[in-house]
Design a protein around this ligand. Structure first.
Ligand code: LLP
Length: 450
C-alpha cells in the first residue's frame, strides 16, 4: 500500500515541518524523526508508530499524544550542542508538567526549572531531584519558599528586593542557607510576541541593573543565603540567537563588575526561549548559538545554565480532536466545529498562534474549503485555526500539531468542560498518562449547601 505524502510546502523557507515520505510505509523505519513525522499507512495516520484512529477509538477525543522518542531526541540535541561548555539543562516544567514527561527528562539527567510549589511537588512525584531544581518566578509565597527550603533545592532565582528579604527571613527561621541567583531585567527585545516577551523594562520580571547591584550586596552581606549566580529570561519562541547572546554578554559583564567588588559568582543562567518551527518560522540556529556561547563562556570558569521548555516538548506532541459539525456557507464562512476547544489549547486565542491541522483520515470525496476550525465554547476567540484549506467531513479526526508545549499545561475547565486525556508513546507503545477528567472530578471540589 503506497503511503501518502505528508508535508507542508518547504520551497520558500526550506523548513520541512513534516518529513515527506516517498516509500511504502514502514513506520518503524520511518520514525527516525517522530516530532516532524506523521505517516499514513493504509489510509490511517500514524504518529511515532501509533495509529491515531486507534487512539481516538480507544481513548476518545480530545486527547494529547506525546512522543518520548521525539522529546529525547530534542534533549540530546541540546545537550550535544553545548557539550564543549560547562553547562547544565534545567527543563522548564511549565511547558508540559505531566509527571511522566518530567520523569522522562529526569532519566535524561535534566534538572528542572519551576515557578510554583505545585511544580516542585510534581518534580518530586516524578522521582526528580529537588537538589537539581531552580525556583524562578516573581511571586513566591512563604509556604512555597518553606517547601523549597525543607526539601533543599539547587537555587532560588530572586526577582525583587522584598523577595530576597523574605527568603533571608524564612532561611533564618528554618535554619537553612540556600543558594541564590539574582534575575536581571536586561531590557533586551526578544523579538517575539509581546505576551511572551519578558526581558523588557516594562515587563514585571527581574530587576534593573542599578537595583540588582544593591540586591547582590545585601545577599552577599547575609549569613542566611549563599550568592552563586545571575540569571535572565528574556522571552519565549525566539527565532534568532542574537537577543540571547546580548543577554549572556550582559550577564557576563555584570558578573565582571561584581567580581571587581569582591562578589564571585559560579553560574550564568540565560533562561529558555529557543524557538521551534510551527509553520515556516526561522528555526532557532542552535549550532550557531552554541558556538557563540562557547566562545563567550570558555575561560570564564563559570557554568552556563539554560531553562528550555518549548524546545523539548512542543513538536513532541499533538492534540487529537474529532469534527462534530460542519457549518457550511454561513454568511459565506465555513466553520468546522471540533470537540477540542480553547480550554484544551488556548495558544491560538491568546497569542494568535498558528498550529498545523492535519486531517487524520481524509476522504477524497469530501470537498475542500477554507475552514475556520473552532471549538464548542461560547467565545469568538474559541478557535484552533483559521482559514485552512482542507477536505473535512463530520466525524473525521484532526491532529493539531506542535501542541506538546503550553497545550495541556494551559488547559482549563472553562464552560465546565472536562480536560483532555494524555497519552505517551514509548517504544511504539501508547500509554495513558492522564485519564480524561470527569464531571465528578470537577464537582468534587465544590461545596454544596446541605
Ligand atoms: N525560564 C523562565 C523563567 C520562564 O519564564 C520560561 C517561560 C522558560 C524558562 C521556558 O521558556 P521556553 O523555553 O519554553 O520558551 N505560554 C506561552 C509561553 C510562555 C513562556 C513562559 N515562560 C506560549 O504558549 O507560547
Amino acid at each position: 500500500m503506497p503511503s501518502r505524502k505528508l508535508g507542508i510546502d518547504c520551497r520558500s523557507s526550506c523548513i520541512c515541518v513534516y518529513q515527506v515520505i516517498e516509500e511504502p510505509a514502514n513506520y518503524k523505519l520511518l520514525s527516525e524523526e517522530p516530532s516532524r513525522t506523521l505517516q499514513e499507512v493504509e489510509g490511517d495516520t500514524y504518529f511515532d508508530g501509533v495509529s491515531l484512529e486507534k487512539i481516538a477509538n480507544e481513548i476518545g477525543t480530545p486527547t494529547y499524544l506525546y512522543s518520548a522518542k521525539s522529546l529525547m531526541k530534542q534533549y540530546r540535541e541540546l545537550e550535544a550542542a553545548f557539550r564543549r561548555v560547562d553547562s547544565k539543562i534545567f527543563y522548564s516544567v511549565k511547558a508540559n508538567s505531566n509527571v511522566n514527561i518530567i520523569s522522562l527528562l529526569k532519566q535524561l539527567n535534566s534538572g528542572f526549572d519551576i515557578v510554583s510549589g505545585g511544580e516542585l511537588h510534581r518534580v518530586i512525584a516524578a522521582g526528580g531531584d529537588p537538589r537539581a531544581t531552580i525556583f524562578s518566578g516573581v511571586g513566591k509565597s512563604v509556604s512555597e519558599i518553606d517547601l523549597a527550603l525543607k526539601v533543599g533545592i539547587d537555587c532560588f532565582n530572586i526577582e525583587s528586593a522584598p523577595e530576597l528579604d523574605r527568603i533571608i527571613e524564612r532561611s533564618r527561621v528554618l535554619g537553612k542557607k540556600p543558594d541564590i541567583s539574582v534575575r536581571i531585567n536586561p531590557d533586551i527585545d526578544a523579538l517575539t510576541h509581546p505576551y511572551i516577551s519578558t526581558g523588557l523594562k516594562e515587563n514585571k520580571f527581574g530587576v534593573d541593573q542599578v537595583s540588582a547591584l544593591q540586591l547582590f550586596k545585601s545577599a552577599q552581606a547575609s549569613m542566611y543565603v549563599e550568592l552563586v549566580g545571575i540569571d535572565a529570561h528574556i522571552g519565549s519562541q525566539m527565532g534568532s540567537e542574537k537577543p540571547l547572546i546580548d543577554s549572556l554578554l550582559r550577564l557576563l559583564q555584570f558578573a565582571g563588575e561584581l567580581e571587581a567588588q569582591g562578589i564571585q559568582l559560579k553560574h550564568l543562567n540565560i533562561g529558555g526561549g529557543f524557538g521551534v518551527p510551527y509553520k515556516d518560522e526561522k528555526i532557532f540556529p542552535l549550532q550557531k548559538f552554541a558556538m557563540a556561547v562557547e566562545k563567550i563562556m570558555n575561560g570564564t570558569g563559570k557554568q552556563l545554565r539554560i531553562e528550555p521548555g518549548r524546545y523539548l516538548t512542543a513538536n513532541a506532541g499533538l492534540l487529537l480532536t474529532r469534527v462534530e459539525y460542519l457549518k457550511k456557507d454561513n454568511n459565506g464562512k465555513h466553520f468546522a466545529i471540533t470537540d477540542a476547544a480553547m480550554n484544551d489549547l488556548i495558544r491560538p486565542a491568546l497569542y494568535d498562534a498558528w498550529h498545523q491541522v492535519w486531517p487524520v483520515n481524509p476522504q477524497t470525496e469530501s470537498l475542500s474549503k477554507d475552514w475556520d476550525i473552532v471549538g464548542p465554547i461560547c467565545e469568538s476567540a474559541d478557535f484552533l485555526a483559521k482559514n485552512r484549506n482542507l477536505s473535512l467531513y463530520e466525524g473525521g479526526l484532526l491532529a493539531v500539531l506542535s501542541a506538546g508545549a503550553y497545550g495541556m499545561s494551559l488547559a482549563s475547565n472553562y464552560n465546565s468542560r472536562n480536560r483532555a486525556a494524555e497519552v505517551l508513546i514509548e517504544n511504539g507503545n501508547a500509554r495513558l498518562i492522564r485519564r480524561r477528567e470527569t464531571i465528578e472530578d470537577q464537582l468534587a471540589l465544590e461545596i454544596i449547601k446541605e
